[in-house]
Design a protein around this ligand. Structure first.
Ligand SMILES: NC(=O)C1=CN([C@@H]2O[C@H](COP(=O)(O)OP(=O)(O)OC[C@H]3O[C@@H](n4cnc5c(N)ncnc54)[C@H](OP(=O)(O)O)[C@@H]3O)[C@@H](O)[C@H]2O)[C@@H](O)CC1
Ligand SMILES: [K+]
Length: 511
């Protein structure tokens, strides 16, 4: 269930299934049934349900659901947008199966919406081609104004299922039932907020359909923990990797400490925090599990990176975006370690990306860039308005040679190969994870995971899954604190999450 399908890919899955012998009306019947089942759970038996049916197959699902709800004893009213005489194919079949009245939606008295227990939005789904206007826009606005429970069929009407954006008005749903697999629009903001609670219903799509139609990305999840390094009981600490984190000046030194301490928590064997002399002086006694090294400039860094036991390096948290940082990034890019570039190390290259991308592309070890949307714009611009966030991350990964972590409430992870099986969307991050230092923690987790030996080999799927695992762990760790979360809480929370999901089967022998 982890593949994400664009509406076009979902349409191809429908067509594949139909071509392999399942009539389209069977798919529509199951879709309508799934919608009716959720509707029944949302409104009391015999309650009043208003079904708004559109001009295509989304409307068809609505007519099926109307029939099933009416036969289950609900008081169902159906209003159609568009000329029902123009309905064709499966949608016409579903319309013909509805025995009750159908009111033109333009004749609805929207002030009566408040009298319904549930509004079923079956206006537009996968076939939305443009922003809503005219009668459709007015209807959607009336639905939102009514402040009643709304169940959206497949997608809230007006929402683009590929991009997760609405060009015009869009339904604010309480719940959304979609079919077979999630679509990007269910996860990418603002789409995710429009969907409410999302359910994915099985409608009997052929099991080979996705391999034939393709998918666009995968949803992260607990399954990624299979990429956690499985510690053998007698593992030497060097066998678990060694991360070098570069810390910044005293006023931003906390960032490096956050990254370094969680890199250790993520399971790497050793972490060295490289600090400029003025920060070094003030840090004695803090974080005793970390090693420290003096690093005043790029030359010092190059010297530190000559230690071939280092397996990953994180650079950027707490660093000032300037020439000195650029030189440090170049020194790190010349090394053979996995590299995570974040914050100051990203912004330092605003408007001068060519030498950065050339050097990333020349590396054999993985390089990870972790921009939030502002940092992303500084490196890649923001002119590609027709691309979804997934497509923008894939394009930026291809253009830079880096594994891209485009952060946000809907973080996208993409490998430069652009493949869907090396692209992820993360959806477990609570809103309060957007807090000072949270990005530093993420950079540390990712570096700590990449440092471990399983990830050193050059398999793009494994590397991207490891980065995606880091993003997922960060989201999991962010959940328990609630809105009071501060970044330092994430370290202990990460420990709890890893206790829960760790693959190690250590059995203590008692005397
Ligand atoms: N067998 C299957 O495939 C299955 C499909 N299923 C269901 O089918 C749904 C997809 O159906 P669909 O492809 O007919 O598209 P749908 O969303 O109903 O809209 C198309 C209509 O809207 C119109 N229109 C578009 N944009 C507009 C706008 N801005 N403003 C005004 N009009 C606009 C467009 O007109 P046109 O663009 O041609 O002018 C066309 O008339 C899918 O979401 C799922 O619910 C399930 O039953 C499972 C089996
Ligand atoms: K809909």
């Amino acid at each position: 269930m982890r593949e994400l399908l664009t509406p076009a890919q979902m349409g191809a899955c429908d067509a594949f299934t139909i071509n392999h012998g399942t009539p389209g009306i069977d798919l529509m019947e199951r879709a309508g049934q799934a919608v009716a089942d959720v509707a029944k759970a949302m409104t009391p038996k015999n309650g009043r349900v208003l079904v708004l049916a559109g001009p295509g197959k989304n409307g068809g699902d609505g007519y099926v659901a109307a029939r099933l709800l009416a036969s289950a004893g609900y008081d169902v009213r159906v209003a159609a947008l568009g000329d029902t005489r123009k309905l064709e194919g499966d949608a016409k079949w579903a319309f013909d199966g509805w025995n009750g009245d159908v009111l033109p939606a333009t004749e609805l008295d929207t002030s009566e919406f408040a009298a319904y227990g549930l509004i079923l939005d079956a206006l537009f789904g996968a076939g939305l081609t443009r922003g809503l206007d005219g009668a459709a826009a007015a209807l959607v606005q009336a639905v939102n104004h009514a402040e009643k429970p709304v169940l959206a069929v497949d997608l809230p009407s007006g929402l683009d299922g590929r991009k997760g954006q609405a060009l015009g008005p869009a339904v604010q749903a309480t719940s959304t039932v979609t079919f077979h697999r999630l679509k990007p629009g269910h996860l990418l903001y603002p789409g995710r907020a429009l969907c409410g609670a999302i359910r994915v219903a099985d409608i009997g799509i052929h099991h080979d359909a996705i391999s034939a139609a393709g998918f666009t990305a995968q949803l992260t999840g607990a399954y990624l923990t299979e990429h956690l390094f499985d510690l053998s009981a007698d593992a030497h600490k060097y066998a678990r990797g060694h991360v070098l984190v570069i810390g910044g000046p005293p006023e931003k030194a906390g960032a490096g400490f956050l990254s370094a301490s969680v890199a250790l928590r993520a399971g790497t064997g050793l972490v060295t925090l490289a600090l400029p002399p003025e920060t070094m002086a003030g840090s004695v006694g803090q974080y005793p599990a970390l090693m420290r090294a003096r690093c005043a400039d790029a030359r010092d860094l190059a010297r530190l990176l000559r230690d071939d036991r280092l397996t990953a390096c994180a650079l950027g948290p707490g660093l000032t975006p300037n020439e000195a940082t650029r030189q440090m990034v170049y020194a790190a890019l010349d090394s053979k370690t996995a590299l995570v570039l974040d914050a100051g190390a990203i912004t330092a290259f605003a408007g001068m990306v060519t030498p950065l991308f050339e050097r990333i592309m020349a590396r054999s070890a993985p390089t990870v860039l972790t921009p939030h949307s502002g940092e992303f714009k500084r490196l890649f611009g923001d002119s590609e308005t027709n691309l979804s966030k997934i497509e923008r991350a894939q394009k930026a990964a291809r253009g830079s040679g880096a594994i891209l972590v485009l952060k946000g409430a809907d973080t996208v992870i993409a490998h430069p190969n652009g493949r869907a099986d090396c692209t992820y969307v993360n959806a477990n991050a609570p809103p309060w994870l957007a807090t000072a230092g949270s990005g530093d923690v993420l950079a540390g987790i990712v570096a700590g995971l990449l440092a471990q030996p399983d990830t050193a080999h050059n398999d793009p799927q494994h590397q991207t899954a490891t980065v995606a695992l880091g993003v997922w762990l960060h989201g999991e760790a962010g959940q328990p604190s609630g809105p009071a979360l501060v970044a330092t809480d994430l370290e202990a929370a990460l420990q709890t999450v890893l206790q829960r999901v760790s693959p190690s089967q250590f059995i203590a022998v008692q005397g």
